[in-house]
Design a protein around this ligand. Sequence first.
Ligand SMILES: *[C@@H]1O[C@H](CO)[C@@H](O)[C@H](O)[C@H]1NC(C)=O
Ligand SMILES: *[C@@H]1O[C@H](CO)[C@@H](O)[C@H](O)[C@H]1NC(C)=O
Ligand SMILES: *[C@@H]1O[C@H](CO)[C@@H](O)[C@H](O)[C@H]1NC(C)=O
Ligand SMILES: *[C@@H]1O[C@H](CO)[C@@H](O)[C@H](O)[C@H]1NC(C)=O
Ligand SMILES: *[C@@H]1O[C@H](CO)[C@@H](O)[C@H](O)[C@H]1NC(C)=O
Ligand SMILES: *[C@@H]1O[C@H](CO)[C@@H](O)[C@H](O)[C@H]1NC(C)=O
Ligand SMILES: *[C@@H]1O[C@H](CO)[C@@H](O)[C@H](O)[C@H]1NC(C)=O
Ligand SMILES: *[C@@H]1O[C@H](CO)[C@@H](O)[C@H](O)[C@H]1NC(C)=O
Length: 423
Amino acid sequence: MSSSNLLFFSLTLLIITLSPIPNFASPSLEEANALLKWKASLEIPKNSLLSSWIPLPLNSSASVPCTSWFGVVCNSDGSIQKLNLTSSGLMGTLHQFPFSLLHNLVHFDLSVNNFFGPIPPEIHLLSKLVYLDFSLNKFSGVIPPEIGNLHQLTFLYLSLNNISGSIPSSLGDLTSLNVLYLFRNYLSGPIPIEFGNLKSLTDLAVNENQLNGSIPSSLGDLTSLNVLYLYHNYLTGPIPIELGNLKSLTRLDVSFNILSGSIPLSLANLSNLQLLYLDWNKLSGPIPIELGNLKSLTYLQVAVNQLNGSIPSSLGNLTSLNVLYLHTNQLSGLIPTEIGKLKSLTHLSVRGNQLSGFIPSSLGDLTSLILLYMHNNELAGPIPSELGKLKSLTDFQVNNNQISGSLLPEFGNLTQLRRLNLS
Ligand SMILES: *[C@@H]1O[C@H](CO)[C@@H](O)[C@H](O)[C@H]1NC(C)=O
Ligand SMILES: *[C@@H]1O[C@H](CO)[C@@H](O)[C@H](O)[C@H]1NC(C)=O
Ligand SMILES: *[C@@H]1O[C@H](CO)[C@@H](O)[C@H](O)[C@H]1NC(C)=O
Ligand SMILES: *[C@@H]1O[C@H](CO)[C@@H](O)[C@H](O)[C@H]1NC(C)=O
Ligand SMILES: *[C@@H]1O[C@H](CO)[C@@H](O)[C@H](O)[C@H]1NC(C)=O
Ligand SMILES: *[C@@H]1O[C@H](CO)[C@@H](O)[C@H](O)[C@H]1NC(C)=O
Ligand SMILES: *[C@@H]1O[C@H](CO)[C@@H](O)[C@H](O)[C@H]1NC(C)=O
Ligand SMILES: *[C@@H]1O[C@H](CO)[C@@H](O)[C@H](O)[C@H]1NC(C)=O
């Protein structure tokens, strides 16, 4: 080192030493320079706030990235703790990302950008990560099994990407997880049995993938779950009885799969359920009378299955229901009068069954109804004049039944009606 350089070096040291923020030591400089290398590999929109990420002059305070770089937060030692680049219009890969340097990263958010390419296995080097959000990008390749080493992870969002392959069973080691979102990818293969270890999970969403195999009964161990979304996959086999253990569940959606067997009675124990979607499967047998216990339900959809037997009158106890879809099954018998107690109902569809008897006049009490589908059944008799009270109705279809009599003048008051099919 020349003497002038030495002098400069000593001065720099002095400046750093005398800096008013004594805790900022060198780590952030090293980390920041590594981030700059990564930045150089990215496509960044003009006027991006990332322009605050500037090469640091030698005499600069080491705290610069901590205090003036967009999306960067440091810990008290001046090491980068949080990187939040959500919705920044960034495009690029993680090939140059300094996984091996950012040991202290706790919060990592790249959501809503155009990142592509694989998620490198080196991600496991970020061993203090609590929050990882890569959702809404174009990441592809597989979920690296090494993610299972991030034992502090509480939030893992990989949804809305182009990720394929099967879900690594190592995700079952992430026992601190509260939220696991893998929805809208191209994941295939089974839901790992090991998910049953994720006892702190409140939200599990693997919907809109290509998962197959059966729903593991171990999911019944996830007793903190509020939300379980398995819809739009290729899941087969029965709905496990054990799901009835998930007492905190408010939303259960297994629709659009190939599930078979009957609706387990145990579901009637899910007293906090607000949303129950079992539609578009191959479920058979009856609608359990016990579903009438689910007093919090606002959405009950069991349409497009092979359910038979009659509509239980107990459904009339579900007075919070907004939507009741029972259509396209093999339901027979009468429409229960008790359905008229569902005063909050806006959508009622029983079309495409084998329902018979008269249309109950109590349906005239469903004054919030917007949609009423009863077509393609074996209903008989006149349309009750009480239906003239359904002032909000816009879509009413009862065609393909054995309806007799002519349309009553009361229907002149249904001014919202846009579609009426009685043929
Ligand atoms: C660092 O050096 C530049 C010139 O190279 C000077 O303009 C600037 O004021 C210096 N900054 C500090 C914090 O000393
Ligand atoms: C991340 O950054 C966005 C804006 O860029 C901000 O709205 C959001 O609150 C930040 N998240 C956290 C956890 O700091
Ligand atoms: C998504 O991944 C597939 C391979 O799995 C690849 O062929 C395709 O180009 C990717 N699409 C995008 C938008 O990255
Ligand atoms: C799941 O799909 C894969 C092909 O993607 C197939 O090899 C496997 O046998 C399927 N498993 C089940 C249980 O259907
Ligand atoms: C519902 O829960 C109760 C008490 O936890 C239990 O005894 C009963 O067997 C459950 N019912 C069903 C159908 O699983
Ligand atoms: C419902 O279908 C099953 C076969 O899936 C049959 O055994 C049963 O008798 C049917 N029940 C009624 C009420 O039609
Ligand atoms: C539920 O409905 C059934 C049949 O309509 C009725 O007998 C029963 O008393 C109702 N139970 C409650 C708790 O409201
Ligand atoms: C239409 O509604 C008005 C008031 O809402 C009522 O007086 C009248 O009788 C109704 N007409 C028919 C045909 O029901």
